[in-house]
Design a binder for this molecule. Sequence first.
Ligand code: F6P
Length: 552
Amino acid sequence: MSDSLSDSPRLTRRPEWAALEDHRSGPLLNPSLRELFAADPGRAERYVVRVGDLRIDYSKNLVTDETLALLTELATATDVFGLRDAMFRGEKINVTEDRAVLHTALRASRDAVVQVDGENVVPGVHAVLDKMSDFAQRVRSGEWTGHTGRRIRNIVNIGIGGSDLGPAMAYEVLRPYTDRDLTVRFVSNVDGADLHEAVRDLDPEQTLFIVASKTFTTIETITNATSARSWLLAGLGDDKAVAKHFVALSTNAEKVTGFGIDPDNMFEFWDWVGGRYSFDSAIGLSLMIAIGPEPFLEMLDGFRIVDEHFRTAPAEANAPLLLGLLGIWYGNFFGAQSHAVLPYSHYLSKFTAYLQQLDMESNGKSVDRDGHRVDWQTGPVVWGTPGTNGQHAYYQLIHQGTKLIPADLIGFARPVDELADELKAQHDLLMANLFAQGQALAFGKTADEVRAEGVSEAQVPHRTFRGNHPTTTILARELTPSVLGQLIALYEHKVFVQGAVWNIDSFDQWGVELGKVLAKRVEPALTDGADVPGLDASTAALVAAYRELKEV
Ligand code: F6P
């Protein structure tokens, strides 16, 4: 790896970076959020950005107008907007794989033109969406039957990473929109227990497997798909059954055919769609079957609203830009190591897990786009679970621990329609918790306030809340398919902004390769005791212990 510098100054040597460092250490940032609000009565209204149905309140962040201006100058200097436009134009901004990055084309309107290597890719996108819609309708209506002529009632998606997390998350989010007569399950783990639990109570005659794999070489997916095929054939006893019970979502027609799936039953996507950005491609087929084509297309509309906003909104009102820059502010200038995403919606229970791949696989990098080691922090650890459960688990650390953990709080004004009235009535309590947490984190409770409650002096330090913990509150009227699309696109573009400023390639994932290669090498030692040359002493001892325990 070369240490020489490219023509443009390294990030931390830019004057805009130095200006932010000065600003951070200067007197401006010393006021607490209490003081910032006291000094600026308009702050709560001004520090709100709207996109689509989302109202994003960033007033409880440790920023002033000057902070935001300086961060925007950094974004301009690092050419975030130029890279954004290059992405939308279909330029090959995934430099290490020499690929375009065009998940935005997956939700482009039918008449849009997006060129990759001189070819408009939009007609192909819509041809696949039409094919998916047709297939989804046929399964939902019972027109598509299994090998024995019985209706399909169970859908099992087999995939991992970007070929699992998106549809699995969205299926949870949009449960109220799903056909409740269908059983939809997701198998990802190569642990056989995952497939076992997914199919043990299913009837093979009524089960459709969707094998989702961009490359169709991923060992977990191919292993599970092979076992699923055996399970199916054990039940149906005829090789021909595969044609009616297996479909594939992939870019690799050759491997799909090699597996025995009819190419007519393959739903295509393209190498300009990254795995973790592929949920709104054919990878969403299981979701489309569950909710039907129309809500799926509404979800794509939601994505598109945010794409357009990101592409055209001015910097000061550009939501993904602001969220991205706030993360840079905390990660690079306050030393924050993590970012919590805390949805106050049970339906968003898998949303943060989805964001983990989106963010951490994209921005978990330590060399820049030119191959130089970075000397600045890159992507944060993303974590979180739905409130209010987290409040009774780890919020203690956010409130009174020693770490700065910026957090996004996500909530909705209305519960879903199908809840019984009594359960709908619980919604205000849920949201009261969201608002209370934002308030407590920002403004805390001073020692004097604690004393005023008559607390003994010995207890005062324990009951004091420092406050000044930044949160951003994302609020929408209700959790619809379009709002889900808007939320995902918001985070996709946030991640883009951060990668652009850090000058890293957010679209490759070389970091997952080494483990894959080593697992393949170690497996024979576990299975049949084969000698693995070059195994380090620690791993060799673990393998030996494993083999011994296995035999007991
Ligand atoms: O984890 C590495 C990765 O390549 C992800 O980027 C991808 O989403 C996942 O594996 C699954 O890959 P595929 O869809 O090719 O099976």
